[in-house]
Design a protein around this ligand. Structure first.
Ligand code: SF4
Length: 247
């Protein structure tokens, strides 16, 4: 479960009497120049960031992302290798049927429900969208198994939109660094949308996920080896607690 940062629990103590207390809008704890530098470093270190899910077109990307909930990309890639060998279009997926989809993906968590969703979303794509994946958030989110995060991944990866899908990695990196503090993924996403500099908008999603997955890990962040450590609030606080300087 995602831990709620202390700042997200607080509410305004100076709200006018009689009005519901509101949490102040989350905002970055880093200045503009620091944010520019942070993304310049992440972009320098990974000049061509991309999803690690295997796919060939918007439909196979959509299916892979739907399958990726509570599963690793490696696990999903093994499952989709079996599934996409049998069907790569909504019509072919319908023809394949739920039982065969379930069998192909049974190595990943929640496979029964995910198989149901893959079949149902394939049916809706055929019936409503001519068998194509819509380039539209509302239409995507109307599909079973597709929430805001999945829609953001598809809009970014398949259609080149500058969306940021806040998963557990981005949520952690945003809060730890101070780049985008927030108590919910939507709060973190809202801050990121406000502060990520234009040249980095399209790649921000990948840079932050990959940084969280390989460097700023949940249990054991590699702060000594982190290229953005000198900009990070978590690192600064840890050094201060240990009585060392951040330089
Ligand atoms: S310094 Fe540590 S906490 Fe900060 S981003 Fe790097 S790995 Fe994460």
């Amino acid at each position: 479960m995602l831990r709620q940062p202390a700042s997200a629990k607080s509410v305004r103590s100076d709200a006018p009497p009689g009005r519901a207390k509101r949490r102040p809008p989350a905002r970055s704890r880093l200045g503009r120049a620091t944010i520019e530098e942070l993304f310049a470093i992440l972009a320098r270190d990974r000049p061509a960031p991309a999803t690690e899910l295997h796919y060939v077109d918007p439909f196979t990307l959509l299916v892979a992302v739907v399958l990726s909930a509570q599963a690793t990309d490696v696990g999903v890639n093994k499952a989709t290798a079996r599934l996409f060998a049998k069907a790569q279009t909504p019509a072919a997926m319908l023809e394949l049927g739920e039982e065969a989809v379930r069998e192909a993906i049974r190595t990943i968590g929640l496979y029964r429900n995910k198989a149901k969703n893959v079949i149902e979303l394939s049916r809706l794509l055929v019936e409503r969208h001519g068998g194509l994946v819509p380039n539209d958030r509302a239409a995507l989110e109307a599909l079973p198994g597709v929430g805001r995060k999945t829609a953001n991944v598809v809009l970014n990866e398949a259609f080149g939109e500058a969306t940021i899908a806040v998963d557990t990695h981005i949520f952690r990196v945003g809060n730890r660094t101070g780049l985008a503090p927030g108590g919910t993924p939507l709060e973190v996403e809202t801050v990121l949308e406000r502060v990520v500099p234009e040249p980095y908008r399209k790649g921000a999603h990948h840079w932050l996920i990959l940084h969280g997955r390989y460097v700023c890990k949940a249990r054991n962040p590699d702060c000594p080896g982190c290229a953005i450590a000198h900009l990070c609030r978590y690192r600064a606080a840890a050094l201060k607690a240990a009585g060392q300087s951040g330089s």
